[in-house]
Design a protein around this ligand. Sequence first.
Ligand code: PRX
Length: 645
Amino acid sequence: MSIIESNLDEKRSFSPSKDLKTNANFSNEDFLSLTKQFKNDRNKTWADLANSNILWDKSFSNVISGEAPFYKWFCDGKLNVSKNCVDRHISNSKSAIIYISENNEKKVLSYSDLYIYINKFSYALRELGLCCGDRVIIYMPTIPESIVAMLSCARLGLIHSVVFAGFSSNALRERIIDSRARAIITVNAFKRSGKIINSKEIVDEAIKVDCDFVDKVIIYENHTLLTNKKTRDVLWSEILPKDDKYIDPISMNSDALLFILYTSGSTGKPKGIMHASGGYLLNCIITNKWVFDLKDQDIFWCTADIGWITGHSYVVYGPLACGATILIYDGAPLFPHSSRFWEIIQENRVSVFYTAPTAIRTLMKVGENDPNNYNLESLRILGTVGEPINPKAWMWYYEKVGRNLCPIVDTWWQTETGANMIAPIPGINSLVPGTCTRPLPGIDAAIVDPDGKELTKPNQGGDLVIKQPWPSMLAGIWGNPDRYVKTYWSKYSSKYYVTGDTARYDEDGNIWIMGRSDDVVNVSGHRLGTMEIESALVSHDLVAEAAVVSYKHEIKGEAIHAFISLKNNSNNKIELADDLRGWVSLKIGSIAKPERISFSDSLPKTRSGKIMRRLLRNLARQEDITGDTSTLENESIIEQLKEIV
Ligand code: PRX
């Protein structure tokens, strides 16, 4: 059986500083000892971690139960996630949330402010008649109130489903209907890049027909825009009690659902990924401590919107459960100027900064030297997530933003995995630009060939699988158990969780993500990961972004089509295309040379910044665009591409 070939060679390596080796939360000794404990008794080790990191109302006797693959974690234990995130930290007078708006207003909430606010809003939700197990859609930007809404749901045992505030009414409607939500919490409006987005109008449109099951729409008046109130609408300010209230956090079973978060599949309607309480919280906590080395004095800015899993695990649940101070910015990265991020870091002394490769590449493109103009000395840990980071962007992030001092934790994980799975630990792992390094303790990852046989030698690419269940794994797909089994567990006779990504080891045992398994091209019998070709293209001086897909080719079987956006559009395209072919040949080998190259102003992306290769594949193959396009950010680019392809 063929395996995927890899030809990308990266030799730069950065070892942990002496300071991190000595002072990081998780030392090499801790690592060795925990790895040994996991080897000796997996369940006991998870139980010990759960006992030492979570505040249980009733302890558990069962670590893992349920019929495969419907695993339940710490099943008979009881806890409340909101209590874990807030109540246990109110005795110290620390800031919980630093909020910055797009027009630079700043609000700071201490843990006790947050506690009071959550209790009041929980009271309001209860008075509306919402009860345990009801689904609540949260369609709000990243503001303190959306975090209050999430944690109030958790306090009452309501299952929230946050829908990214940039989604259209169609996408929102689909999620409301699928989850049969009893309530929707939204804002009247918010600003993005100076433009007003009227969220309330979008909600009205989404539930206009066939949504009688929605009892209440709660509107937080986030903007001066007048709210057009309908019968089922209530204002946040009307229902919030004037006096302080105390609402007992409900003791929930550990396997009770905390939230549903919708994520796009490659075909069909979005999948409602379900996460349960205790197991999810555990991996969120330990990864914040281990991977981000989160300490009491840190100010953690994860730039993800709360509408994505990163916003759930590394803005809200993980850092707050650790008692950290989080910074949230409700605005566009380049508004009102291209150094907004650097300005916020400088003004607020951010120490841990977590963002996505797409943001890094954009910032590098708009202002390569901009970080030099700011004092970024407060930074000590940098992180990245969401897609492979090409070594060139990694080096820029390391040198310009981190001043050659901050480790970059390249964290591999998914909506489904709940928390970081493969990632460096700052005091332990040497970093190599482009690899997410090694699985975290307790995470049993492997790379397998099409027969399910483990590939252990360097540079053999195969499917990345997880061999053993882990606490923050998804609890299933809302309303669709068969799709859960089929998508994640059926490929290798139900033995492994199938991530859908391909990966390889390098000579040092680091894992390199090569792309999604459907992002593999087979050229003249050689299977190549598209990410490697993209990475080679992006390392060319003139290229800003690149996406590579395959199309059928008479002689080669499949050939490569590269879609490219340039830093500067004025170059001669024919000459440059030839140049780039030569460049890829040089970097990877002539086998990887793109047969076709199309240049456009930008590439089609999801609102979370991922390039939508599926659409590019349709274009390259001259097929109609099929499947869900509701997440597409810049629709006009498709028209531009249709004309040139
Ligand atoms: O393909 C992998 C890529 O993003 C996918 C998960 O996407 P999503 O569920 O939206 O969650 C994103 C935030 C966790 C993965 O299957 N991915 C995520 N992190 C990395 C990555 N690819 C390479 N390197 C990463 N660090």
